[in-house]
Design a protein around this ligand. Structure first.
Ligand code: IMP
Ligand code: MG
Length: 190
């Protein structure tokens, strides 16, 4: 069998023609390194707890941890928004909670993208209510045009326009989280 036929039988996911690259792996790494340095500088001498929001932030937090030269802890939380119709109510649900108490801790929430802001405004209030001494937010992507609820983003990777993006942890119907770069999905129905 020729190479061409083999390639047709197993098309590349990473070079999928329905994807328009937005940020390369190199651009992402450079920005994550800068954010890590900023956090290490801002939290020098403290012992913050980074809380990754599953699943979207899994790759971002993995890289950010290694870019942050600081004594720190890591936890994960998983949140689900209710169905589309209920999203506007801002009603969200914790589907996997933290394993530890956070009273008196300096918390840094690590999120993939802030869109309407509903999820994070709920989560930040929830973490404050548990007695955290500070709660800051780092988001890789900020889709500001879509904001419905104001959310203070303390560290942001990139501002993006109102289009649906995937890769580097972000999914479209659970697909594309494994892309090493971030891309816009050209045709969501393809
Ligand atoms: P928000 O509550 O509207 O801010 O929702 C944020 C969540 O929606 C993110 O954590 C993502 O899981 C998801 N989301 C929003 N926009 C996108 C996108 O462009 N691509 C992939 N997921 C997205
Ligand atoms: Mg998410």
């Amino acid at each position: 069998m020729s190479k061409t036929l083999t390639a047709q039988a197993h098309p590349s996911e990473f070079n999928n023609t329905n994807l328009e690259p937005l940020f390369s792996a190199e651009q992402i790494q450079a920005r994550v390194a800068e954010i890590g340095r900023e956090i290490a500088r801002d939290y020098a001498g403290r012992d913050p707890l980074l809380i990754g929001v599953l699943k979207g932030a899994c790759i971002f937090i993995s890289d950010l941890l290694r870019a942050t030269d600081l004594r720190l802890g890591v936890e994960f939380i998983a949140i689900s928004s209710y169905g589309a119709a209920m999203r506007t109510s801002g009603e969200v649900r914790i589907v996997k909670d933290l394993d530890v108490a956070i009273e008196g801790r300096d918390i840094i929430v690590v999120e993939d993208i802030i869109d309407t802001g509903l999820t994070l405004s709920y989560l930040l209030a929830n973490l404050h209510a548990r007695g955290a001494s500070s709660v800051k937010l780092v988001a890789l992507l900020d889709k500001h045009e879509r904001r419905e609820r104001e959310v203070p983003i303390d560290y942001v990777g990139f501002q993006i326009p109102d289009s649906f993006v995937v890769g580097y942890g972000l999914d479209y119907a659970e697909r594309y989280r494994n892309l090493p770069y971030i891309a816009v999905v050209k045709d969501p129905n393809a």
